[in-house]
Design a protein around this ligand. Structure first.
Ligand code: DGL
Length: 269
């Protein structure tokens, strides 16, 4: 018997990318009850205006927290985290964990240069440029923003293969330029093996998933417990809600089929 109540975690992203973060947290804390929410109505976030993104994340996340009660929120999206964390932290009285590109650990590992692969929005954000200024340790950082890579990860989780030639074309600006690449979008660990193949085994790939999992553990002040047996909930802001291929992947990860976000009205205000 655990001497803790069962903690409930809410994980949020624009699409399936946050599942890469879920995997890391769940491996560390299998006893938590997880709810995953994705805003596919406004996907891709990497091409969304900042004020729209801010309004949507605030409304969707605070709405669900108020309705269902959670102990911790994880914004498993770099694009959103670079702007929404202050407002969520001021609205919610539970810990809010964000994910930002792992520039600091990557710069420690790099001898040549770091590649930051992220969404078009993340590579332009002031937050990202401040991270580079403060933590890149004088290493040069090559920026590569791509929404097509995000789509490829979405497709892979729906059972479609990743086209390595297309991937190589997208990543070609980094070819032979870097020795460490930051996967600065939570979708990219889902296609990590393919990115590694294309960039070459000598390039080290770094993402923030494990650091986020450690942070969640610290904030909840718990350690690994017994695996939660019942399926986790997953909600999306728009149809389709009956995607068999996606639901099969989700079942393997421990989720029930995707259901509609229960408070559609929150975005009207
Ligand atoms: N998974 C997201 C991120 O980490 C956003 C992808 C998108 O919707 O553009 O940045």
């Amino acid at each position: 018997m655990s001497d803790h109540p069962q903690y409930k975690a809410l994980i949020f992203d624009s699409g399936v990318g946050g599942l890469s973060v879920y995997r890391e947290i769940q491996a560390r804390l299998p006893q938590l009850s997880y709810t995953y929410l994705f805003d596919n109505a406004a996907y891709p976030y990497g091409e969304l205006a900042q004020d729209t993104l801010l309004h949507r994340v605030e409304a969707l996340v605070t709405g669900l927290v108020e309705q269902q009660g959670f102990d911790i929120v994880i914004i498993a999206c770099n694009t959103a985290s670079t702007i929404v964390l202050p407002v969520l932290r001021s609205r919610l009285n539970i810990p809010v964990v964000g994910v930002v590109p792992a520039i600091k650990p990557a710069s420690v590992l790099a001898h040549k240069a770091v590649g930051l692969i992220a969404t078009p929005a993340t590579i332009t954000r002031q937050y990202t440029h401040d991270l580079i200024r403060d933590f890149a340790l004088n290493k040069s950082v090559e920026l590569l923003g791509s929404t097509r890579l995000v789509d490829m990860a979405e497709e892979k989780l729906r059972g479609q293969p990743v086209d390595l030639e297309e991937l190589a074309t997208i990543l070609s600006p980094l070819h032979n330029q870097i020795d460490v690449a930051v996967l600065g979008c939570t979708h990219f660990p889902l296609i990590k093996a393919e990115i590694q193949t294309v960039l070459g085994e000598e390039v080290i790939l770094v993402d923030s998933g494990q650091a986020i999992a450690r942070r969640v553990e610290e904030l909840l002040e718990i350690s690994a417990g017994e695996q939660q047996e019942s399926a986790h909930n997953i909600f999306s802001s728009a149809p389709p809600w009956q995607e068999d291929a996606l639901n099969r992947t989700l079942a393997q990860l421990g989720f029930s089929p995707v259901r509609p976000y229960p408070l559609q009205g929150v975005l009207d205000h």
